[in-house]
Design a protein around this ligand. Sequence first.
Ligand code: ZN
Length: 163
Amino acid sequence: MTILPILTYEDPLVHSECEPFDFDRPQIDIHTFAQDLCDTMYHHGGVGLAAPQVGVLLCIFVMRLDRHSHATVCINPEITRQSGTFSMEPEGCLSFPDGFRPHVKAPTKMIARFQGRDGTWHDPEFRGIQARCYSHELDHLDGRTLLDRASPEAIEIAKERAA
Ligand SMILES: [Zn+2]
């Protein structure tokens, strides 16, 4: 079991865009990396972790429904359809200090599309917290963090509460 070091929001890699994972010419050993990413997320008690947070600029993340369930590995993920309804909830992130949880707008329902570690495509429907988590991790792959997703006001309030 390998626990990878998690980069903080201060690291430029966390703000970089990722490239697709190529199943025909793999840039990394996907089975080892996916396992390491899961182990690192479990170790820190997170519900999601994206490759750029451990310094790997590839379109890969892991997420789980709650702290007790198994992780889903999402490779080359996208959203094919999303509801026009959004919710505003506090979100945390393993690349930020524990108490920093700004309110962020996220779709309440979506059809996701991603590859599993064997390359098979999946297109599940995600709602509520799952849809929120998927959006959060997907944004990481575009180099977008809570600082880009929350309003300046929400960031200020969250900073005060975290202090
Ligand atoms: Zn995050």
